[in-house]
Design a protein around this ligand. Structure first.
Ligand SMILES: [Fe+2]
Ligand SMILES: [Fe+2]
Length: 297
């Protein structure tokens, strides 16, 4: 058995409650489901951010979040694109906004915090910090240089044989397009963030990166069109982010941009994490800031 067969569930850390994060559990894969089942806090007061792509089936999302909410003091969830799919194999046939609202109601029954709820305040070490779960989707503006429109960008991607499965399963109903849904989400989310007390720092949580830079290492850069929006580029600095937590890229790592720590916290597909030399470290510690990241840059 290689080291990559068994993910190292984070156990080390300072005493006291921690804010932890994971994304892209994709529990439709049995190996990933087993990992999700083993996620446990080290303190009953630990919080866990689940930054989207728990799975495609609503029943799976509910069962995993329900189990985690029994173990952690608080679960904060944002939807990934996979939760928003209306896949042919899911008996839940709701689309788009209705599907999202259904998942929000499921979370509320479980006591899980969603982007529709008041933002909780972390008062543990390195607090107080506003934990802001966001749902802003994407609008194809991470287009290749020289490509002027969404239609041209998508057709460019089709030509390269790289098109997101969202084009098949992620319906924007009742909005006319995913860009329009994104526009709607941007407006209401930006207004909420602007109302936060200016003395409070934040942890911004979104399934997709809030800035474009992390997509530069994608194997197929043209795929970045399904990975975010240029409209959130200044949010980390403007809204005083102590850290930005995201997933979706399945490239777990820590990077720094404009003095802000960006944490990609995904597990990813078994075929991805099993071939890496090192086992995935999940969940990742966000607060207190791990010693390796304190004081950076
Ligand atoms: Fe994912
Ligand atoms: Fe995703």
């Amino acid at each position: 058995m290689t080291s990559s067969d068994q993910p190292a569930v984070t156990r080390a850390g300072r005493d006291g409650p921690r804010l932890l994060a994971v994304s892209d559990l994709h529990v439709g894969f049995p190996a990933n489901r087993a990992i999700a089942e083993r996620l446990e806090p080290t303190s009953a007061a630990d919080w866990l951010i689940v930054a989207g792509d728990v799975g495609e089936r609503a029943a799976d999302v509910e069962s995993v979040l329900g189990r985690l909410s029994e173990r952690f003091a608080k679960i904060v969830w944002v939807p990934g694109n996979h939760e928003l799919w209306t896949h042919s194999r899911d008996p839940l046939r709701l689309r788009g906004e209705e599907r999202y609202r259904h998942l929000v109601e499921v979370c509320r029954r479980l006591g899980v915090v969603t982007p529709e709820d008041p933002y909780p305040i972390w008062t543990g070490a390195d607090g107080p910090v506003v934990i802001a779960p966001l749902f802003v989707l994407y609008d194809y503006s991470f287009r290749p240089a020289g490509v002027a429109s969404t239609a041209d960008g998508v057709s460019h991607a089709r030509g390269a044989g790289v098109v997101s499965t969202d084009e098949r399963w992620l319906y924007p109903d009742p909005f006319p397009s995913r860009e329009a849904w994104c526009e709607h989400r941007l407006a209401l989310t930006e207004a909420r963030l602007a109302e936060l007390p200016s003395e409070l720092p934040t942890v911004l949580v979104n399934h997709f990166p809030l800035i474009r830079e992390p997509t530069a290492v994608l194997r197929y850069p043209v795929f970045a069109q399904w990975c975010g929006t240029v409209r959130t580029a200044d949010w980390p600095t403007r809204f005083r982010a102590r850290a930005v937590v995201y997933g979706h890229l399945h490239i777990p790592r820590t990077t720094w941009h404009d003095g802000v720590r960006h944490e990609e916290v995904s597990l990813g597909y078994p075929r991805e994490w099993q071939r890496r030399a090192a086992a995935p470290v999940i969940p990742r510690q966000i607060l207190p800031a791990p010693p390796t990241s304190a004081g950076r840059p």
